[in-house]
Design a binder for this molecule. Structure first.
Ligand SMILES: [Zn+2]
Length: 246
């Protein structure tokens, strides 16, 4: 294995097979996240069919959180999954307050993740502080702050030993470039967040962008592509808590 796309949504593609073929040819492992029960269960199926290529993460995305959500399926399905995600908070979708659906859906999932002892992928756009605060109440060990944009909160995340992933926006965002440069590569991962499309790059998102993100990180860290590749693979395996033959 050479690469890990640490955050992609295979279920959101009309056809995910081309992404699997691409990942196979690039020797890339895909950490695929669900956004609700249906896509999470489908993600488990894909991972079952392709165990060497795909690892399943299950969760309810903040855009899908609803009052009275039953999360029983989540705790049960999490036993088979590699980890939890995509879950978190985002004020773009609905208000966030201690008893809001977003907050209760997030914290109830974190409770289950703590019990399961599995890694989690957190969506924190616009709610970085609230996510860090909520996370501090749970004994969740391996946290990936996916596409984290909270420059002011980066030090806190770093001090806690959280992982941070960077996607295609790293190629043009000076803020993300500053953040990535300042981090210890041992806690950085690359991601596509596919199939989200990045129109500024003129192409649809997907795992094919990951080597370009690795290239950008190598440039920021002033190291060769192969060294960045190797360090990112190591941090990804550390996040998954597997040694992994490469
Ligand atoms: Zn995502």
């Amino acid at each position: 294995m050479r690469f890990i796309d640490s955050h992609v949504h295979l279920c959101e593609y009309p056809d995910h097979i081309p992404s699997l073929n691409l990942a196979r040819s690039l020797e890339m492992m895909l950490l695929s996240s669900g956004v609700n029960q249906v896509s999470s269960m489908r993600t488990l199926e894909i991972a079952r069919d392709e165990p060497s290529l795909v690892r399943a993460f299950l969760g309810v995305h903040p855009s899908k959180a609803e009052r009275g959500d039953s999360l029983e399926w989540f705790e049960v399905a999490l036993r088979e999954a590699t980890g939890a995600g995509e879950l978190g908070l985002d004020p773009k979708y609905s208000e966030i307050s201690p008893k809001s659906p977003q907050m209760t859906t997030f914290t109830r999932q974190l409770e289950a993740v703590e019990r399961a002892g599995k890694p989690v992928q957190v969506h924190s756009r616009g709610a970085e502080k609230q996510c860090l605060e909520a996370l501090s109440s749970y004994g969740v060990e391996r946290v990936l702050l996916h596409w984290f944009q909270g420059e002011a909160d980066l030090k806190e995340a770093e001090d806690r030993g959280y992982f941070v992933s960077f996607g295609p926006a790293l190629l043009h965002s000076k803020r993300l470039q500053r953040m990535a440069s300042s981090l210890d590569p041992a806690f950085v991962l690359a991601e596509s967040d596919g199939p989200v499309a990045f129109t500024s790059l003129g192409e649809a998102g997907g795992p094919s962008i990951v080597p370009t993100v690795v290239f950008k990180l190598a440039e920021l860290w002033k190291m060769s592509f192969s060294e960045a590749e190797e360090r990112l693979l190591r941090s990804g395996l550390g996040y998954l808590d597997i040694s992994g033959k490469t």
